[in-house]
Each structure stands twice: as C-alpha cells, then as structure tokens.
Design a protein around this ligand. Sequence first.
Ligand code: NAI
Length: 248
Amino acid sequence: MTLLTGKVALVTGAARGIGRAVAMRYAEEGADVAFVVQKADERASSLEAELLAYGVRAKAYVANVSDFELVKQLVAQVKADFSRIDILVNNAGITKDGLMLRMTESQWDDVINVNLKSAFNFVHAVAPVMLSQRSGSIINMSSVVGVHGNAGQANYSASKAGMIALTKSIAQEFGARGVRANAIAPGFIETDMTAKLPETLREEWCRTIPLRRGGTTSDVASVALFLASDMASYVTGQVIQVDGGMAM
Ligand code: NAI
C-alpha cells in the first residue's frame, strides 16, 4: 500500500519544474492525478503518459489559472471525471521582477493574478467538494520571499505572502470539517524559473545557503507528499520552508 492510494490530486502548473515533480511523486505513491497546464503541448502529453505508466488515472486540463470562470468549469470537469478531489496543489506561478519605482501596473497585476488570484479561484471551486467529503489537503506553493520579502520582487513577494495568509485563513475556516491547508515556501530551487538568473547570482546564493546547494524539484515534492498524505493528518495552517536553511 502506497501513501496516496485511492486519493485524487489536482496539481496546477504541472507541465514542468516543481509542479511536474509533485504530480509524478503523487502518481508514484498511487494517487490519480488531474493536472493543469497553460497550453496543450508535448510536455503535457508526455507528462500524462509518464503518470499513466504508474498504473494510476491521469488527465491534463488546459486553463489560464487566473480566470475565475474557466477554473470553476475545469474543477467541475475534474469532479465529473474523477468523482472526488482529495489534494489540491496551487503551484502555477510567474515572476515579473523590477524595482518598486520602476514596476509597471501590468507587472503588478499579472503576478498577483497568476500567483494569488489563481489560488483563490481553485480553493473557491475545490473546497465545496472537499468539505462535503469531510476530508482534503490543500497545498499552496508560496516562497521564502513571501515570508521575508525581496528587493526587486515586491509583486512576487506580496503574491506569495498573500498565499500564506490565504492558507492560514482557510485552515481556520475548514479545519472543523476535516480539510487541511498548508503552504510550502521553497528557497532557491533549480528550475526554468531560476535558470534565467545570472550564474554569478546563483553561485552567490548557494554560498549563503547552510546546506551549500540549490534545492531540487524532488526536495519540494517530498514535502508536498508529506503534506498531502495522512502522515500530516494533524498539520494545518503551517508554512514549511524548503530552502536548505537559507532563511531562518
Ligand atoms: P516554472 O516556471 O518552471 O513553472 C511554472 C508553471 O506554472 C509552468 O508550468 C507554467 O506553465 C505554469 N503557469 C504559469 N502561468 C500560468 C497561467 N496563467 N495559467 C496556467 N499555468 C501557468 O516554475 P517552478 O520553478 O517550477 O515554480 C513552481 C512554483 O514554485 C511557482 O509558484 C513558484 O513561484 C514557486 N517557487 C519556485 C521557486 C524556485 O526557486 N524555482 C522558489 C520559490 C517558489
């Protein structure tokens, strides 16, 4: 018996990076996986095939996660296809960095909409399903900068801090009906998102991390597995930093 046998997971931003690793880890542990991609492409179909290879059910759904109505329809379709939803991972995210005084309104709006409003959209649509099941685990992918802030990332940091406050609020609202909510705050993880950083900055960051390395998508997926599973049955409203000790 694997950790997530019989559970249905819905993971956003799963085409690559952390979301892909989480979807794969969940399938490896026996979960059926509904995953959300921005567009249907070969990455989405290769992920679907890789998940199916674990002998679980898997299906890709295409949506812009910041679109409230689309997300509502998508979640209804997932419920129709899989009958239940036990795990929601709000992982899709973007950066549009800039110093505060140079930041444009669209840089602010885009990042808040894709990172934070999307989490509202999915929680709003999925929570009724979980509450009627009287069980569920919601995991919001925040960031260490959502806890500590970061120069040049006011929009991104605010969106990630918002996800933490959202997590703690819904943990309080839903706890009595068996639905848990937690946030993961990754530090510096090697993905497409961080690949665009200059090599010198990456090296400088790694020198300041107590564990002396950037994190892997698998480091984050392990914590996402723990929070999704019954091993975390008494854990809710928490923020777990997965950052090699970068920010304490
Ligand atoms: P990534 O850039 O590799 O993947 C992000 C995913 O989100 C992609 O699959 C993309 O298609 C999807 N996405 C973006 N906008 C979307 C939209 N409007 N609708 C639907 N899907 C959309 O990023 P990575 O590194 O895997 O990050 C995943 C999450 O972890 C993000 O929320 C990110 O902010 C967070 N995070 C990442 C860190 C890192 O060091 N890589 C550190 C802290 C947090």
